[in-house]
Design a protein around this ligand. Structure first.
Ligand code: GLN
Length: 553
């Protein structure tokens, strides 16, 4: 029997509910339980694929190709697991299924309503995850804030789920994450917003079992007592979640605060552990290893500067998987990695590349869409190639590396990607044949993990140490094979390609300390304790150059 933990948010968004969910998952895994996580997004989009990163942060891609909310990336990285499309439930997905069923006549004769039809469909989807994975515990993170119109059907569904699995049988519990602000003039932690948001939960029949209070500092004893009294939870069930230096410290903080103990007790998890046949704990889930990881992360012995050349640099969450992949490298190599966000458009100014990239140790070009800033990215790539600066160019970065090479090495001055110039005489990057004729935008790109062959004797092979790898994709355009031979005979090697050898996946420049481009997104598979190989090799090359200054020029 699967147990459910439902995590809601109160007062305002952006409180780090996702980090609380991931951390709790981590802690439960360290005790020997199998855990999966569901993110509920109460928006009408069927998936996050069509959302602008400015609006919603990065779009994360799962192994099966589903485009999802970035929180699922955090779950995968923390829990060292691979999730599936069914783990992201959106209002769009739910309504679409119900409306399709209605059109198919499955509710014949009935008035189709939010309760019970929408709520049943939500719970059907939650059970689908429980049944499919067979895990001990499913964590359900409710997006949005309690009180929003959008999240009402999901809260109602979770209330029903709680009833269904048996309240008295300790099979589900509610954790409410809320904000405890401090009023500067009086310096006192204020609990009123929390009281109101718990009241809103109660009005819909949900009694939180645990309250996690996000605050600048730890909650005072008196604050906990007050929350306990007004929100009707035991004092030990009020957990502090103060600001932390890094998200990786949060599992330890919450554990110290008694969250694991409380959840274990409330869900009778000791009993479940006794019943379990296999209680072996994978080393990657042991807290000892997490502490080692954190120690590496918090005690750097060297420092490097990397320019991330993007176009959504103002929004913190737009490149979260890249940042996290670099954080994983930081812990592994004990290197403080300073990320300098460079707006690609600024590199289109005269002397822009020299001024903005002159002092960095390496350049990272993430993926992207749309024309804005592409010339600036090409300038950054040119700067890295000519000045032998280590560069990792991902997806659009990979494609623009081909464009830069065609223009400046092969001399095809007007070469471009067909995405940005349909009239170019040299479309060195062209539309994937399967993409021709597709006019719908949602979920229609080449998406998800595919196997890739890596050629022996290349830098890529050196990095991966094997001839076949699997990485995740999200793109519509690819290298035009008509130019491949000429590129290769001029120094750009395609060292990784699809199994049928028709799609170029990795490129490298032979006479360069580290020039790697990948059509796939290595950042999506980087895990806390297992950094993505391309990122790690990129960082290690820079470190090697720093240690041996004679290499630098
Ligand atoms: N816009 C490019 C394409 O669709 C690159 C996509 C990306 O960087 N994710 O192929």
């Amino acid at each position: 029997m699967t147990k459910f933990i439902i995590i809601t948010g109160g007062v305002m968004s952006g409180l780090g509910k996702g980090v609380v969910t991931s951390s709790l998952g981590k802690l439960l895994k360290s005790k020997g339980f199998s855990v999966s996580a569901i993110k509920i997004d109460p928006y009408l989009n069927c998936d996050a694929g069509t959302m602008n990163p400015f609006e919603h942060g990065e779009v994360f891609v799962l192994k099966d190709g589903t485009e999802v909310d970035l929180d699922l990336g955090n779950y995968e990285r923390f829990l060292d697991t691979e999730l599936q499309g069914i783990d992201n439930i959106t209002t769009g997905k739910v309504y679409r299924s119900v409306i399709e069923k209605e059109r198919a006549g499955e509710y014949l004769g009935k008035t189709v309503q939010i309760i019970p039809h929408i709520t049943d469909e939500i719970n059907r989807r939650i059970w689908e995850v429980a049944d499919d994975t067979g895990v001990d515990i499913v964590l359900i993170e409710m997006g949005g804030t309690v009180g929003d119109i959008e999240s009402m059907p999901f809260l109602e569904a979770s209330r029903q789920l709680h009833m269904e699995v048996g309240e008295e049988k300790n099979n589900s519990l509610f954790i409410h994450t809320t904000l405890i602000p401090v009023l500067e003039v009086v310096g006192e932690q204020k609990t009123k917003p929390t009281q109101h948001s718990v009241k809103a939960l109660r009005e819909i029949g949900i009694e939180p079992d645990i309250i996690v209070g996000r605050s600048e500092n730890k909650l005072e004893k008196s604050t906990k007592q007050k929350i306990s009294l007004f929100c009707d939870v035991p004092e030990e069930a009020v957990i502090s979640s103060p600001n932390a230096d890094s998200i990786y410290r949060v599992p330890l903080i919450l554990d110290d605060e008694g969250l694991t103990e409380r959840v274990m007790e409330r869900l009778d998890l000791d009993e479940l552990l006794e019943e379990k046949e296999d209680t072996s704990i994978d080393p990657s889930h042991k807290m000892e290893n997490w502490k080692n990881f954190l120690h590496g992360f918090e005690n750097p012995t060297s420092e490097i500067d990397i320019a991330l050349v993007g176009k959504y640099c103002d929004l913190e969450d737009a490149y979260v998987s890249h940042e996290q992949a670099l954080n994983h490298c930081r812990a592994k190599t004990k290197t403080k990695i300073n990320i300098e966000y460079v707006e690609s458009e600024e590199l289109e100014e005269e002397n822009g590349p020299e001024e903005l990239l002159g002092d960095v140790d390496g350049i990272l070009i993430p993926g992207g869409f749309g024309d804005r800033g592409t010339e600036g990215k090409i300038n950054a790539i040119n700067y890295a190639r000519v000045n032998e600066l280590p560069i990792l160019a991902i997806c659009l970065g990979f494609q623009l590396s081909v464009v830069e090479f065609a223009r400046n090495v092969l001399g095809y001055k007007e070469a471009h990607s067909f995405e940005f110039d349909e009239d170019t005489p040299d479309p060195v990057i062209d539309l994937l044949p399967k993409q021709r004729g597709i006019d719908k935008m949602g979920g229609t790109m080449r998406l998800g993990a595919e196997n890739i062959l890596v050629e022996e004797g290349t830098l890529a092979h050196n990095i991966y140490g094997k001839t076949e790898i699997s990485e995740r994709h999200r793109h519509r355009y690819e290298v035009n094979l008509d130019y491949k031979e000429e590129m290769e005979s001029n120094g750009m090697k395609f060292s990784g390609y699809s199994l049928n050898e028709k799609r170029m996946e990795i490129l490298e420049i032979e006479d360069h300390p580290f020039f790697i481009g990948s059509q796939f997104h290595p950042e999506f598979q980087s895990k806390s304790m297992k950094p993505a190989p391309l990122f790690l090799a990129f960082v290690n090359t820079i470190l090697g150059q720093k240690e041996d200054p004679s290499d630098e020029d």
